[in-house]
Design a protein around this ligand. Sequence first.
Ligand code: MIC
Ligand code: SF4
Length: 644
Amino acid sequence: MKTLAQKILDAHVVSGTLKAGEQVEIIMDQTLTQDATGTMAYMQLEAMGIGQVKTELSVSYVDHNTLQSGYMNADDHAYLQSVAAKHGIYFSKAGNGICHQLHLERFAKPGRTLIGSDSHTPTGGAMAMIAIGAGGLDVAKAMAGIPYRITYPKICQVRLSGKLAHGVSAKDIILELLRRESVKGGVGKIYEYTGEGVCTLSVYQRATITNMGAELGATTSIFPSDETTREFLVRQQREEDFIPLAADEGAEYDETIEIDLSTLHPAAACPNSPDNVLSVASLAGKKVDQVAIGSCTNSGYEDLMKVASILKGRTIAPNVSLVISPGSRQVMRKLIKNGAFATFVDAGARILECTCGPCIGMGQSPKSDGVSLRTFNRNFYGRSGTLSAEVYLVSPETAAASAITGVFTDPATLEYDDQFETEPSYVDDSLIYAPADDPEQVEVIFGPNIKPLPINDALENTFEKKIVIKLEDNITTDHIAPAGAKVLPYRSNIEKLSTFVFENNKKDFYKVCNEHNGGIIVAGENYGQGSSREHAALAPMFLGVKAVIAKSFARIHLANLINFGIIPFVFADKADYDRIDDLDDLVFENVHGLANDVNFIVYDRTKDIRIPVVAQISPADFELLKYGGALNYIRSTQDTILDK
Ligand code: MIC
Ligand code: SF4
């Protein structure tokens, strides 16, 4: 008797023991990349010497870096289009939509595995896929046919009963889970949704939930494939991709969480963390300056139809700026046809293109001390581009209702129609280009923004380095390698990008690293939560960071550190965090002798104390570290691990 997640995982495992906590290797059927992580991923694929990708399907999307002020982003787009054509990868052009929504609409298939260089890849779990976010190098490896290594997760059942009340939305379900479980509650887990409440949720609603499972720190989240899934696929004109899939009757779960949908109320994640959840009712009346509707979490057809329903015949409050970015061109086209789009314009909304936009700080930063309500998935410090802004994460219904009144408003208190016909989707793949028939003829275009991949040195057996920064709990990858319109254009230029590392925590961090010839990062719990951006490991690697000592790590960032040859240590005794300080000299002796889960002693020369730390990583990962990271390892051992 198996859970749904186990069924799909087990059918894809090629080595390892199928038991929670054990390392397994799984074959990935599909891959996706987006532009902000894709350039590195494809440079790494090319560095491996791969001709055609080995996956069933690989897609490259352009959706993040679309604000083209300067040549940089456009250079990246041209590179991505040409490299995709050459290596057997489908390419979705800028403006076509956000990778996760488009992938769900056009390519996701029940029962398949997907790895994507974006932390919200688990959105595909709404289509009964095992969909996992990872660093670009892991995605490049999957395209090269190398199985993906993960710790076999615990399977946590989320049993849904009842039905959502008027004004309550899928966003409120996942916010409730975040309230209960926290941003690190899902580490090492897959959340599998079951129960009679499942069939009351559409595929787009399920996608909101699986998307934001990333904020729980989970490996992924998954829904069964049922009649609702079939109808979605029929509307996308690909019913042939449907297969029914569910857990076996009597399957056993490691844990069960019960949620009665009828008891939920509209909720908001308050600054600066997605798990800082309060009811909208408790915030009612608080003045709002900006409302942003969109992102891969909440810009599907139904989300925007509900927004249109609330905005119909009304106009936004004078104190509010409302921006709307539809998740895909298909959805936008349909809203144009059925009149919903005209409603947005009439209400006073500012319409943005179908991209990530303000979610990643590509424009629309709020005013100083502004209160911004966003239907997005992350409200980390500084991510909006305005450090003093207060960003709240809410449902599209709460966002639309508050845009009209100008204050936090519980949508349950408003009359609006939340039933609308689910007509056939408008399907249009005209901005998705198939790979070239004659790949040898394709020339890959490298504009001046694309700089060569930095290569790490092999790991020294003994070294001494200073602590270059000491950080608190829950440091996000947005702290490490900030996003936003100013920094993101340098994602293909690591030298330049490295000058922004920790810019909001320690000004000129890169100069400190240069002065001390690299160093060691010390951090609290859940270090590296949030995005999959490998730049948060790659740029510190470039600055000479050799190890991070933290109380605990987020899953994807831990893997990225190993991939780029930075040793992730955890304190054997968390109390030792308080005994060491910024600029202490740390000595690491005989690191080549490291073994999984065995105490390793770091000598703090400044304080003359010994700190036991542990590296909880597999023997295979130790090998990567010795070579200075996965790319060095693959290139040195290529003949044996790549079937070219
Ligand atoms: C994000 O939402 O933080 C991003 C931008 O989509 C990242 C990827 C990136 O940094 O390029 C993610 O979620 O992985
Ligand atoms: Fe884009 Fe935001 Fe989704 Fe990341 S979370 S993929 S930036 S829409």
